[in-house]
Write a protein that binds this ligand. Structure first.
Ligand code: MSP
Length: 634
């Protein structure tokens, strides 16, 4: 790591279908911590975050709220940015996938892959999860229809699509995964390797059944298609550096990425699809991809319907953003799932931050003023307390390589707390008040000097996690945290003589929970559905092109209905008693178009017609005026 002069790291770009929650804050805070550490080391750092704004999920979320996708994306994207600014996230660039330069870059990449012969046109028929924006293979479906990742029902889509030759890169990806070991924590790599070894199918990379996405490059001249949102999104890591624009100097300066931080749910996209796209356009692969776990609240999965989603701003307002940062990073081993409980947060603030760190500083401020007018000197520390000093130095000189770059931030913090405990223990063992009584003033002064130096070591290392708090500690100790002081302290230099500054307590004791208690709603069973559930139903106008009786059935007609797709759908409908085939041909009908195909009298039916039936008979629902086949009903 030491020889690495630049450091490029990214968060995932967040979907703008909903406002930020604790999961997003967690990813961003980890990235911010690493970025701050890299800068402190003097690396030429570039930290990217932003929002992912195209795709079916966003289009539907906007529609539900009566907004255009762009209007809605603007609104939510600014909420993310606003929160990161309030949290003092030190990003260098905030990308939005609706930005023009990004769109241009994605089109350039698409064309490159196309020219290389890695893209071909075909037809996609299969399951799609809108929530994950992911194609789901039949073998992965849970109960034949649910998404294996989020558990929501998938939709069947059938549409013309361009495909990327992912299968072609299978061996190269495997080799990279096994030889370069880019995935952190390493245990997570096995899942990805298994996924690749099971065989990679070519990937559908365009959609035609909605419009909210990047159009294909003009050269391909096929305006029906928009680029698959994951291809669009992954390229943000390059377009943010200027890929595809006039000035590509940042691509040269920062690519390949040193670290992509992602949640475990999106590891496959980053560790399989992304490298394959990069191989196709001839770019180097990222050096590390680190996947963290998921947060639950008081042991329960967070969901809107339960009303227990944590708003990161609410936590930060109640407990302070830096305490919140410390808690999140300390509470869970990177890669594991974590539980957010206010009780655990309060305990960490009171014990680790308040007692171990804050009080240690207060104790030496108190003693320094009681015995030495606030003056602190390091000159005799080595003479009296070499063992303690060396122990602490050994810890801080190893934690960067051992834990930080391996994303074991909880361990990194645990080790720093060992340095604090060396200090707390030294006071209990050597009892400065007794040293003073016994006229061992030099030894007492050196003990205070030792603690000041230990606190300085902790402060510079803790700085990326708690920037403001540690700067306060440093200024009380007579220095400022920056690349130079970090380097000095890490290389074993002791503090210059100084007068310690009194500061108000950094971590006042928290006596009771400060957030509004949540009542987790039990999900009631009613016949009411949410708007999301309603929008899961896809309704379209169809035109009947073929209608005929089903022999041996009193009720059924076999129809072929044009839904604006490549070929008409066969729909078997129970309307024979009310309509003759002839009167149906050429007329409009309303069709539920994402129904799972079913067999009726041995025939596959790929949809359902809407109709109303009362005592006077059955009537098909139709648009008031003729409409084109395939028009969505909204
Ligand atoms: N837009 C894609 C990423 C594209 S990157 C080229 C996406 N966005 S997301 O908004 O759904 O999720 C962003 C990140 O938040 C993911 O890394 C995800 O793991 C994380 N989290 C979402 N909910 C979470 C928790 N409850 N806990 C921890 N992190 C979780 O995926």
């Amino acid at each position: 790591m030491a020889e690495c002069k630049k450091y490029y790291l990214t968060t995932p770009i967040y979907y703008v279908n909903d406002v930020p929650h604790i999961g997003h804050a967690y990813t961003t805070i980890i990235a911010d911590t690493i970025a701050r550490y890299a800068r402190l080391k003097g690396l030429d750092t570039f930290f990217l975050t932003g929002t992912d704004e195209h795709g079916q999920k966003i289009e539907e979320a906007a529609r539900k709220r009566g907004k255009s996708p762009k209007e809605y994306a603007d609104e939510i994207s600014s909420k993310f940015k606003g929160l990161w600014d309030e949290f003092k996230i030190s990003y260098d660039k905030y990308i939005r996938t609706t930005d023009k330069y990004h769109i241009k870059g994605v089109q350039k990449a698409f064309l490159e892959m196309y020219k290389k012969g890695d893209i071909y046109k075909d037809y996609y028929e299969g399951h799609y999860c809108v929530s994950c924006e992911s194609f789901v293979a039949p073998s992965q479906l849970v109960n034949g229809e649910l998404c294996p990742d989020c558990g929501k029902p998938t939709r069947i889509i059938k549409e013309e699509s361009y495909f990327f030759k992912l299968s072609k890169y299978q061996d190269q990806i495997l080799k990279w995964l096994k030889e370069k070991k880019p995935i952190l924590p390493e245990a997570k790599a096995n899942e990805v390797i298994r996924f690749v070894e099971e065989g990679l199918k070519d990937l559908s990379i365009t959609r035609t059944s909605f419009e909210w996405g990047i159009k294909l490059p003009e050269e391909i001249n096929d305006s029906k298609h928009v680029v698959y949102v994951w291809l669009d999104a992954l390229f943000n890591y390059l377009t943010a550096l200027g890929y595809g624009s006039e000035d590509e100097s940042n691509v040269k300066r920062y690519w390949p990425a040193d670290l992509h931080i992602v949640g475990k749910d999106i590891l496959k996209f980053h560790a399989v699809y992304w490298p394959a796209f990069l191989m196709s356009i001839g770019y180097e692969l990222p050096k590390k991809i680190a996947a963290h776990g998921w947060w639950t609240r008081d042991g329960e999965k967070m969901s809107k319907s339960k009303g227990n989603v944590i708003n990161p701003k609410e936590v930060a307002d109640a407990y302070g953003i830096e305490n919140f940062r410390y808690f999140m990073l300390r509470e869970v081993p990177f890669g594991a799932d974590g539980d957010f409980s206010e009780k655990a947060l309060i305990e960490r603030i009171n014990n680790e931050l308040g007692n171990d760190l804050g009080n240690l500083l207060n104790r030496i401020i108190g003693m320094a003023y009681k015995y030495f007018d606030g003056k602190i000197s390091s000159s005799n520390v080595e003479r009296f307390y070499k063992k303690e000093l060396d122990e602490a130095r050994a810890i801080i000189s190893s934690i960067e390589e051992k834990y930080l770059w391996k994303m074991q931030i909880h361990k990194f913090l645990e080790e720093l707390w060992k340095v604090l405990s060396i200090g707390n223990k030294a006071i209990d063992v050597y009892k400065p008040w007794e040293l003073m009584k016994n006229n061992e003033e030099e030894k007492a002064a050196a003990l205070i000097g030792l603690i000041a130096n230990l606190l300085a070591m902790v402060a510079v290392n803790l700085h990326p996690v708690m920037p403001k708090t540690t700067q306060k500690i440093a200024s009380s100790l007579g220095f400022e945290i920056n690349t130079d002081s970090f380097k000095d302290i890490m290389s074993g230099k002791v503090l210059d003589d100084f007068v310690i500054q009194k500061i108000p307590p950094l971590f006042p004791k928290i006596e009771k929970p400060l957030m509004k208690p949540v009542e987790v709603k039990k999900e009631e069973k009613t016949n009411l559905i949410t708007i999301d559930e309603f929008f899961n139903v896809e309704l379209k106008i169809g035109t009947v092109v073929v209608a005929e009786e089903v022999k041996k059935s009193k009720k059924l007609l076999r129809l072929e209905v044009d839904l604006g797709e490549e070929k008409p759908r066969q729909i078997v409908a129970g309307i024979k008693e009310y309509y003759t085939p002839k009167e149906l041909i050429g007329t409009n009908v309303c069709v539920v178009s994402n129904l799972k195909p079913a067999k009726l009298m041995g025939m596959i039916s790929e949809g359902m017609l809407l109709a109303a039936k009362d005592e006077s008979g059955l009537s098909l629902l139709r648009p008031e005026k003729p409409k084109k086949a395939g028009t969505p009903i909204k």
